[in-house]
Design a protein around this ligand. Structure first.
Ligand code: UFG
Length: 332
């Protein structure tokens, strides 16, 4: 019988790509999402879909008692750094309190394997790059703080109840599925790659470069861009690692290559074949100058081997999606 996997937040950007990868790998997938930031259209047609919230214990209990879930992948969270600073309690409620309710339900139903989304924002301003998983974690925003709290909650829940987990600390997810059916669609959009491509499409007059006076070679911030399908694959490897009985762990999920904001814009200009209007703007509060992962651990322990590491290729896959869906899922 096919292994049944419950994906919470499976209608969001990274969740929907992981659901596609799970279905393509032959898993029986159940998606639950409250559709606050996700899209019903993003859910793979072969996955079962239930609309509901992880803070609703009855919803979770009902779902788990009617299914035979062997593992959970948990994406259901709010993830905007800026919003987390103006509305921190929303983040504590959904990310921390929601995960507590989820864990209570999992313990009650004896579901003991879970992979969940963490973030490079747990590190805060890094002391060095590439960043190792063992480096200090001093988040500089509420979003990162709530993800770090989640990691700690998982740790103590394992001690008491034996729920094993893998935490994946994402760096900068970008790109889109090659089918052209799903891609990045946030409202409001705050991420660099979609904003650059929306400027290329004329949906925005220009893209702002948030600061060119950082201590980096061209003065703009450096990030580690990872293709969302490589990221999705890592979730399957992490889940299979837990299903084999391996111990809980935390992994960085980035390629280990840094690109500056200007380099990303130049890559996008090569991909679209024309200049993209851009302008230097003030720094955005809380942006570290450089965030680049050491990906040595996830490659060694999980055997993760990203296939789409070239920045032009990552941007090209996002471009295919944005051209075909200039209004995201809104026009459908
Ligand atoms: N940037 C611009 N102009 C824009 C948008 C972004 O110059 O219009 C810059 C940012 O300053 C940053 C880089 O482009 O240097 C990437 O910014 P994103 O907003 O795309 O991504 P972040 O690195 O800020 O955020 C990512 C994840 C978050 C996570 C964070 C950890 O999307 O979920 O890394 O710091 F919390």
């Amino acid at each position: 019988m096919k292994q049944q996997v419950l994906v919470l937040g499976g209608a969001g950007y990274i969740g929907s790509h992981t659901v596609y990868a799970l279905v393509e790998s032959g898993y029986d997938v159940i998606v639950a999402d409250n559709l606050e930031t996700g899209y019903r259209q993003a859910v793979h047609p072969k996955a079962s879909f239930y609309r509901g919230d992880i803070r609703d214990r009855d919803f979770l209990d009902d779902l788990l008692s009617r299914s035979d879930v062997g593992a959970v992948i948990h994406f259901a969270a709010n993830s905007l750094v800026g919003e987390s600073m103006t509305n921190p309690l929303k983040y504590y409620d959904n990310n921390v309190n929601g995960t507590r309710i989820l864990l209570q339900s999992l313990v009650a139903h004896d579901v003991k394997r879970i992979v969940f989304s963490s973030t490079a924002a747990t590190y805060g301003e890094p002391e060095r790059v590439p960043i190792l998983e063992s480096d200090p974690t001093h988040p500089t925003n509420t979003y990162g703080e709530t993800k770090l709290s989640m990691e700690k909650m998982f740790r103590w829940t394992e001690v008491a109840h034996g729920v094993r987990y893998v935490s994946l600390r994402y760096f900068n997810a970008s790109g889109a599925h090659e089918s052209g059916r799903i891609g990045e669609a946030h409202n409001p959009e705050t991420h660099l790659v979609p904003l650059v491509l929306q400027a290329a499409l004329g949906k925005r007059p220009k893209v702002d470069i948030y600061g060119d006076d950082y201590d980096t070679p061209d003065g703009t911030c450096i990030r580690d861009y990872i293709h969302v399908c490589d990221l999705a694959q890592a979730h399957i490897l992490a889940m299979e690692y837990l299903l084999k009985g391996s111990p809980s762990d935390i992994f960085n999920l980035g390629n280990g290559n840094g690109f500056s904001v200007k380099e990303v814009i130049r890559a996008a200009e090569r991909v679209v074949g024309r200049p993209i209007p851009n302008e230097i703007a003030p720094r955005r509060a809380g942006d570290p100058a450089q965030l680049v992962a050491s990906s040595e651990k996830i490659r060694r322990v999980l055997g993760w081997n990203p296939q789409r590491t070239d920045i032009d290729g990552i941007v090209a896959s996002a471009w295919a999606w944005h051209q075909a869906h200039p209004d995201g899922f809104g026009g459908e």
